[in-house]
Write a protein that binds this ligand. Structure first.
Ligand code: MSK
Length: 637
């Protein structure tokens, strides 16, 4: 058990003693259903639900294990894609309203990115007013949702060979909503019954998420709130303050949390806090909303998904403000034991027992002020406070633009140094390690051990979501981590460039940045013609949300070897196992894999990276040549 897990366990035990149930206790009480864990429970109609076993090989309609596993898997892809895409829609609508002057509290923070995106979308820039350009960009992005035919626009960003393959396979998404709706229709009782056809359709829906919804969310959030640049901050529950008003922001969408971050700095609010005998207003985040405001504003992170309940048990939280996704239903029950207000804010996410203050982008700052004031007024109601001391420094903010800039050095932005160092073997390969946390003894360790193993083997790691938070807690997101944990080659590169061996790229919606980074590596040259040629692998050491399955499937569809832990819910079907764990590699160049422990996961990822190095002919370690003057003169001839 890692040190950070030991502390989680202590807090879980302390809560239990006080009669507070957390997910850790409930996980022990609610054993996983073995039939569902294999993807063998079908509840898509009212003849069942049917449970498929060796004695009972088909459902009442005749659907077998393959069809049922494929339908369940595909529905997770559709649900996950809908979550990211609906998030993106809200952001695009906010940009549209901001451009029309109807969301006056939002502005264009990154004009350069807006102009670059406009040019890419063939929108004239010239000397036109920024608002007009933003209006057109928002409209083109919004059109991607309802488009019925053709190809969604950001698929053009993929390497040419990849796009051609998608066209050949017929999986270029036509429109974001269309692909999600179609997949839900296909998997309704009595429609698509061929597991291969269902999985192929889910590839298209997943691409509509990765190269559609998620990418739109990331791009437009950068335009509205600024493109992340490296910055320092802190992580873990020790960031809570015992003499300040603590407000936790939790969920995924930065539209409100960015406003709260602004309001928490207003002199008038600070004065009000002082009036209640608080020394300030301390804002911290949970889950991916935390990642959003960390990346752009350096707001500290209190914890990941599994720490949301534990944060309340400190007794130091005046308000936990939640938007959408990954919010535990148990929060209001736990909050009742303390003075904490749970404030839900999304019209799409009401929570029994929470106080609902509806977020309205037309009036964003005023809603944010109402929430912050409520938290300030709650400060005098605090009783016993027990804030852990644990906190850790981190560096975050590695957008693909920041990576491009940092690697290129002072004079030009470029991925050339990264490619060169992969080719010369200092960097063995690149791994994207993303995903959620699960309640258990090794919540953090699962992620931390995988990442330590990878960087020790010279694999540069790019992270997002709650996985990044676990590793930050272990100090892996500091540049100094290279000295302690990285292999000799990676350490040398990190020291030269001044980056940590683990780069935090954002929230789970920002996994789209990893697609762009992979594409940039291909475009830079020397490492193949497609994403599937690059010595790279993706991992989700622990998945919880359907969003993770949608993300995994878009990486596989984009040509990436993608390994999940501890299991995928498809193993009741041998044919689905064969298709996902090997067959897809022949189709998309990417594939799924599973491992239930970090050592095996790292070994499989490194083996895959080495396989790709061999295919590129860069597997033989080259002797390092130190040039003397005579050799240099020869070079200059
Ligand atoms: S919050 S989807 S637990 S990463 Fe994005 Fe964390 Fe997974 Fe939710």
């Amino acid at each position: 058990m890692s040190d950070t897990d030991k502390y989680i366990q202590k807090m879980v035990e302390d809560a239990k003693e006080k009669g507070i149930s957390t997910s850790y206790v409930r996980r022990q009480e609610n054993k996983q259903c073995p039939i569902g864990a294999q993807g063998m429970c079908c509840k898509h109609c009212n003849m069942g639900p049917c449970r498929i076993t060796s004695k009972n090989p088909t459902g009442i309609c005749g659907a077998d294990a393959d069809t049922i596993a494929a339908r369940n898997f595909a529905r997770m892809v559709a649900a996950g894609a809908s979550a990211h895409s609906d998030h993106a829609r809200e952001v695009a609508l906010t940009l549209l309203h901001a451009a029309k002057g109807k969301a006056p509290d939002y502005g264009i923070k990154d004009k350069e990115k807006l102009f670059a995106l406009a040019r890419e979308l063939e929108i004239k820039v010239n000397d036109r007013p920024v608002e007009d350009i933003a209006f057109e960009v928002a409209n083109v992005c919004l059109a991607q949702f309802g488009q019925q035919e053709g190809e969604i626009v950001f698929t053009k960003r993929a390497p040419e060979k990849r796009l051609e393959l998608w066209r050949k396979l017929g999986i270029v998404p036509r429109g974001i909503d269309r692909e999600i709706v179609e997949l839900m229709h296909r998997t309704t009782v009595g429609v698509d019954q061929d597991y291969k056809s269902i999985v192929t359709a889910s590839l298209r829906t997943a691409l509509a998420n990765g190269w559609g919804g998620s990418m739109i969310a990331t791009e437009l959030q950068d335009i509205l709130f600024g493109t992340p640049k490296p910055l320092r901050s802190k992580v873990n529950l020790g960031v809570l303050k015992d003499d300040q008003v603590n407000i936790l922001i939790h969920g995924h969408n930065p539209l409100l949390s960015d406003m709260i971050a602004q309001v928490a700095l207003e002199p008038e609010m600070l004065k009000k806090a002082e009036g209640k005998k608080a020394k300030g207003i301390n804002l911290a985040g949970i889950c991916c909303t935390a990642n959003e405001v960390l990346m752009r504003r350096g707001v500290p992170i209190a914890g990941h998904f599994q720490q949301q309940e534990l944060a309340l048990t400190t007794g130091a939280v005046e308000a936990m403000v939640v938007d959408v996704q990954c919010v535990y239903s148990s929060l209001p029950t736990i909050a009742k034991c303390y003075h904490t207000d749970i404030i839900s804010t999304s019209a799409e996410a009401h929570i029994p027992g929470a106080i609902h203050i509806n977020f309205d982008e037309h009036n964003a700052l005023s809603v944010a002020r109402q929430i912050v004031e409520r938290a300030i007024n709650n400060y005098p109601n605090r009783k016993e406070v027990n804030i852990p001391k644990e906190s850790q420094d981190l560096v975050a903010g590695f957008s693909h633009e920041a990576i491009n800039y940092m690697l290129g050095g002072s004079f030009r932005s470029s991925y050339r140094p990264l490619n060169d160092n992969i080719m010369n073997g200092r960097i063995r390969g690149v791994a994207g390690v993303v995903g959620c946390t699960l309640p258990g003894e090794n919540t953090d360790e699962t992620h931390q051990e995988l990442v330590k193993e990878l960087i020790a083997n010279d694999v540069l790691v790019i992270q997002s979501g709650c996985s990044a938070i676990t590793c930050a807690k272990a100090g892996l997101l500091k540049p100094e981590a290279a000295m302690e944990f990285a292999g000799a080659g990676l350490k040398e590169v990190c020291e030269t460039v001044g980056i940590p061996p683990v780069l935090h790229t954002g929230a789970c919606v920002d996994n789209s940045r990893i697609l762009i980074e992979a594409t940039n590596v291909v475009r830079e040259g020397g490492l193949g013609e497609d994403i599937s040629d690059v010595p790279a692998a993706g991992a989700c050491p622990a998945w919880m949300s359907e969003k993770a399955i949608a993300i995994g499937q878009y990486f596989v569809a984009s040509g990436v070897y993608t390994i999940f832990g501890p299991n995928l819910q498809v193993d009741g079907s041998e044919n689905m196992q064969k298709l996902l764990y090997s067959g897809l590699e022949k189709i998309t160049g990417g594939m799924w894999d599973v491992a239930d422990n970090p050592k095996d996961m790292a070994a499989k990822m490194i083996a895959h990276i080495d396989k790709k190095r061999k295919a590129l002919g860069i597997d033989k370690a080259k002797e390092r040549v130190l040039y003397d003057m005579a050799m240099r003169r020869e070079l200059e001839v």
